[in-house]
Design a binder for this molecule. Structure first.
Ligand code: NAI
Length: 272
């Protein structure tokens, strides 16, 4: 697909038609962000929180254009400029096309949020190579694809920020999730290495490790298993996507300018 063709479905808020309601004092005013896997769940909440904080946001999605447009419209309603773009982040060619379009029609980004992720759970003794590779390809290689492709944007920014959404499972492991745990632990190692490498470019790199958050990913867990999980969470509830979004807005702001290489646990005390 050519860049011109792929621009179909992308739209920006017209400030003349919709001036928005945000105050100019917001801490991310003038910053541009890209959030991957942002048509629902945690990604959606991150878009909303960044928009609330004053950022303009490019919304990446893999399959649901309609849902992505809804997310963008929500951000536009509070005054953000938005772009939506379909790309499978596990294919570097698609990420490179996304970069070309984002750069041309939205602008260079200051903030990259690597949120897209999948799980294909099964006991390790049943795990085939395809199930292993699929999860690594999206959750770990996808973070590589997006970070390396957009790195020069971030290097040119005065406020370069990378936020990687990892998982409590990458920290403590979980039965049936060896592939997922390996991918998320890999993201933590990558975050810490990049924090050291990119400090000279004034880019901060942090990870957020959510515990169990109420999204489609968690709604598929059988009730009996959910009860067992809740018993292990000191705050006795699952987290809400907004609680991740707010942390992303903080870590990408100037208030967090001296925080890099950190893994922020948002897990109700389940892993400390
Ligand atoms: P979700 O399944 O609701 O959303 C994931 C999004 O990523 C979806 O919109 C999906 O289309 C997108 N996506 C998947 N593969 C993609 C690809 N190849 N290219 C582009 N987009 C792709 O899941 P949720 O819960 O919102 O998860 C978001 C992130 O948070 C994931 O990285 C997940 O591993 C992580 N996480 C979630 C937890 C939870 O309890 N919900 C706990 C810990 C981490």
């Amino acid at each position: 697909m050519s860049i011109e063709e792929s621009v179909k479905g992308i739209k920006a808020r017209d400030p003349a038609v919709n001036p928005g309601t945000r105050a100019s004092s917001q801490r991310l005013t003038g910053r541009k962000a890209l959030v991957t896997g942002a048509s629902r769940g945690i990604g959606r909440a991150i878009v909303e929180a960044l928009a609330e904080a004053g950022a303009d946001v490019a919304v990446n999605y893999r399959s649901s254009e309609e849902k992505a447009e809804m997310v963008a419209m929500g951000a536009e309603a509070i005054g953000a400029d938005t772009w939506t773009y379909r790309a499978d982040i596990s294919h570097i060619g698609e990420v490179e096309e996304m970069r070309a379009v984002v750069e041309k029609y939205f602008g260079k980004i200051d903030i990259l949020v690597n949120n897209a992720g999948i799980n294909v759970d099964m006991l390790f003794k049943k795990m085939d190579q395809e199930s292993w590779n699929k999860v690594i390809q999206v959750n770990l290689n996808g973070v590589f694809n997006c970070t390396s492709t957009f790195l020069d944007h971030l290097m040119e920014s005065e406020h370069g920020r990378i936020i990687n959404i990892t998982s409590i499972v990458g920290q403590m492991g979980n039965i049936g999730q060896a592939n997922y745990a390996a991918s998320k632990a890999g993201v933590i190692g990558m975050t810490k290495s990049l924090a050291k490498e990119l400090a000279r470019n004034k880019i901060t790199v942090n990870a957020i490790a959510p515990g169990f958050i109420e999204t489609d990913m968690v709604s598929g867990i059988p009730d009996k298993v959910k009860e067992k999980i809740l018993a292990q969470i000191p705050l006795r509830r699952f987290g809400m996507p907004e609680e991740i979004g707010k942390a992303v807005a903080f870590l990408t702001s100037d208030d967090a300018s001296y925080i890099t290489g950190h893994v922020l646990n948002i897990n109700g005390g389940m892993y400390i």
